[in-house]
Design a protein around this ligand. Sequence first.
Ligand code: ZN
Length: 430
Amino acid sequence: MVVVLNYIYTAKYLVSANAPPIEAGALLVHGGRIASVATLKEIKRNNPGVKIVDFHDALLVPLLVNAHTHLELTDFGLWAKLAGEVASPENFVDWILCLIRIKRKLSGKQYQLSLGHGIAQSLASGTGAVGDILAHHPARNLYLSSPLLGSLFLETLGHDPTVVHQLGNELKEALKDNVVGSVKLGVSPHSPYTISKNYLKRVYRYCQQQKIRCTTHLAESSEEVEFVEWGNGDLASRLYPQVGWENYLPHPSGLRPVEYLQQQGGLFPENLLVHGVRLNDAEIQLLAERQMRLVLCPRSNAKLNVGKAPAGKLHRAGVKLALGTDSLASCDSLSIWDEMTFAQHWFGTELDAPTLFNMATQGGAEALGKENEMGSLEAGKLASFQILQPKTTVAIDSVFDYFVSSDCTDDIAQVYHSGKQLPSLTLLHE
Ligand SMILES: [Zn+2]
């Protein structure tokens, strides 16, 4: 007989999304799920004799969601150094060309190692779910032993009809698995500038028919807008010859990126859009009308010097937002706490700290279709939470300011996934 034990976890403040912090708050956990959330006093009264784990003056907070990343590129800094590449390319297209040069030299084993490091760093920084993009599909088996939830989007791109026909078949074969470990398989048609119109249409149609989640980089840079609209610019003149696509340059579409995506059948809510730096007002309106979700990656955008997403306009228009780190090829850490800190500076008054926390929890969970499992501390969801131990006293009315203060990643004392404490967190921090 399996005995399922109940536990009560309590801390100075329990903070969830969409709710004010609870002083001396507590969770009753049964079989890896939250059975109830209230003050310790109330939970104790209703559950006498249940073992209490008291974190005293710490904060008990949901695990965060990194809605857009490429964990297979975690070792990028090392690879760049070994290849003698400049760490910070001057502009977006320089950066893509650098990435391509480095990726061409990699072995499958290097991707595997790098993805393993990415998973470990994500866990150590209090991330519970990811929207992870994988170009080296065989590495996906590393997720078999990871507690991370979310989606693993298999990347696909290309132009040559024979090549993409073959890629499409391989993708369908890989997608038969449906899940790997605790993540669901999805597809990432990379972006409008790296995939043919016909293949993009086919991928979206297939995903909608099969109810498979997608994610697409969109409106990241002015170079992309120019390419989609007019078929020229640096992407046409520098990227395309570099990868042997000179014969596949598209005709000018005359369309903005969102209109172009709509034409290819890409505006459906399960297609998670990423970046949206170069969206105009009409595009924002269209995304809101189509109930699209968008992941903002401010640190990556700043590093690649592509501009600032119209975050306030998107938020006010009702486009549901999430946060992502993107990869360590364009960002300094995989911590969503760090992303929140940067976003607070980058977007200023456009998004306040509670909104950023919401994007990092509930918004991210919804973006990955995991809102019934995580994103907030509520009865019925997984008991997936982290314990933050601040070095100085945090007042209850400044909890959200503390969340964007740049201290939280270092303050993570413990991490629980589905009621199980993650071992060796201190080792992961080193
Ligand atoms: Zn990306």
